[in-house]
Design a protein around this ligand. Structure first.
Ligand code: AMP
Length: 432
């Protein structure tokens, strides 16, 4: 029955996967704290108008849009940036800068489902508003590197560029913004021939086409050498030269932190979203050909939403893809194994006592399951074993008369009678 299947593009997360996702989320939240980003929670449903306003055509055409019962045109958010920009343009308008904000949650895009691409997916999103300085760009890159390392991912590579390089060349040729956007979108999809043809038909000179061709081919892990070459290629295009210098400054700051961050510069790198104005980047793991996260600078977005002109730089990390990369790298979760307890009353009439003790243990922060199936002790113990429970607490009449219970260490297969008042101490201090 199709009604009993998840809707195409949607997934269930069973306990193991849910645990992994929550682990990444907790690391993302910790990274936000370590870098001074305050968490905000915005609605999943926003007005269609707000979400459609600045999303590129790519995203706009894939929104889950509908009318609510009050006849309002609304949509499920396809990204966080519009909601954050709304806040900065309204409620947080007069907030002192810099303003560092963090959000994490689910997003919805009617994409074609495939490896690492879903219709419901999760992102951690960081926005730094109010600074146009390269140290702000460097911070966003460093923060991304910190998160990838803190979840245990290895060998991540950053791909970096600057939209000002291509745009500087195109705008020098007086190509309209709309055409520039289309050229950039084709470049993002790696349809370079189509992009060049479009630029040519819009009036770009031969010199411009050749320059763009050279930029597209220019990529390298020796970032400063690549940047030098890019500077040579764009000589005469003032805004493009400024963009290369800005990228160089950011790269210097990132590389001088002492932390090894693997970066490749791609001079012809374009990211789909139209609102980027400066440095742009994506981060990859070798095991996954799709980006784990991406971001960049967008200095004009807030004013497009009606706010004060506010320079801004941000990043969104795809939690689902980080999960995928961790699974492929067989990353082991660095979480402390928690001790778990199963409480088994030997007789029906002892269940009240079982519930009472379970409550005392939980109040002492110890996770407890109570036997609720009315099974015999041997059966219940088999089940506890299967669940990899650490201890069983067996409540019997004889021990209870002495205010005691039997505690059994299920791993060591040893057991002892312990006074009820000493249960917590015995478990917490590994006395059995
Ligand atoms: P974007 O908001 O398009 O810049 O994407 C930022 C990050 O979100 C990407 O690098 C992906 O990791 C993730 N992402 C975007 N779209 C999807 C999707 N349909 N499914 C899963 N992750 C996605």
């Amino acid at each position: 029955m199709s009604a009993f299947r998840t809707v195409r593009g949607m997934r269930d997360f069973l306990p193991e996967e849910a645990k992994l996702m929550k682990f990444i989320e907790s690391k993302a939240r910790r990274t936000a704290q370590l870098y001074g980003y305050k968490e905000i929670i915005t609605p999943v449903v926003e007005s269609y108008e707000l979400l459609a306003a600045k999303a590129g055509e790519e995203i706009r055409s894939r929104m889950y849009a509908f009318k609510d019962l009050g006849d309002r045109k609304v949509a499920l958010r396809p990204e966080f940036t519009a909601s954050v920009a709304r806040l900065i343009a309204t409620t947080l308008r007069n907030e002192p800068k810099p303003l560092r904000l963090f959000c994490v949650g689910s997003l919805y895009r009617y994409d074609e489902p495939q490896q690492g691409r879903f219709r419901e997916f999760w992102q951690s999103n960081y926005e730094l508003m109010g600074s146009n300085k390269p140290e702000a760009d460097a911070e966003i890159v460093m923060l991304t590197d910190s998160l990838m390392k803190s979840v245990g991912l290895k060998n991540c590579v950053f791909k970096m560029g600057h939209v000002g390089v291509l745009r500087g060349v195109l705008s020098h040729e007086k190509l309209e913004d709309k055409v520039q956007n289309e050229v950039m979108q084709l470049m993002d999809k790696k349809q370079y021939d189509d992009a060049l043809r479009l630029a040519e038909s819009a009036g770009a000179s031969e010199k411009c086409i050749v320059t763009i061709q050279k930029l597209v081919e220019l990529k390298g892990g020796d970032v400063f050498e690549t940047v030098e070459k890019a500077k040579e290629y764009v000589r005469g295009y003032k805004r493009a030269v400024d963009a290369v210098m800005n990228l160089c400054e950011i790269l210097k700051l990132v590389s001088e932190t002492g932390e090894k961050i693997d970066i490749t510069v791609e001079a012809g790198f374009a990211r789909g979203l139209e609102y980027y104005t400066g440095m742009i980047f994506e981060v990859y793991a070798p095991e996954t050909p799709i980006a784990l996260g991406g971001g960049g600078r967008y200095d004009r977005l807030i004013e497009l939403f009606g706010g004060e002109p506010t320079p801004a730089v941000g990043v969104a990390h795809g939690i689902d893809r980080i999960m995928l990369a961790m699974q492929r790298q067989k990353t082991t979760l660095r979480t402390e194994e928690e001790k778990t307890i199963m409480i088994i009353p030997i007789k029906e009439k002892l269940k009240r006592e079982a519930l009472k003790i379970s409550r005392t243990l939980r109040d002492a922060d110890i996770p407890v399951e109570v036997e609720v199936m009315g099974r015999k002790v041997t059966k219940a113990l088999e089940d506890a074993d299967r669940r990899e429970t650490s201890y069983a607490i067996i409540i019997g009449e004889k021990e209870l008369k002495e205010d005691a219970v039997v505690i059994r260490n299920l791993k060591k297969r040893e057991q002892r009678v312990v006074k009820i008042e000493n249960i917590i101490e015995t478990i917490k201090n590994n006395k059995l």
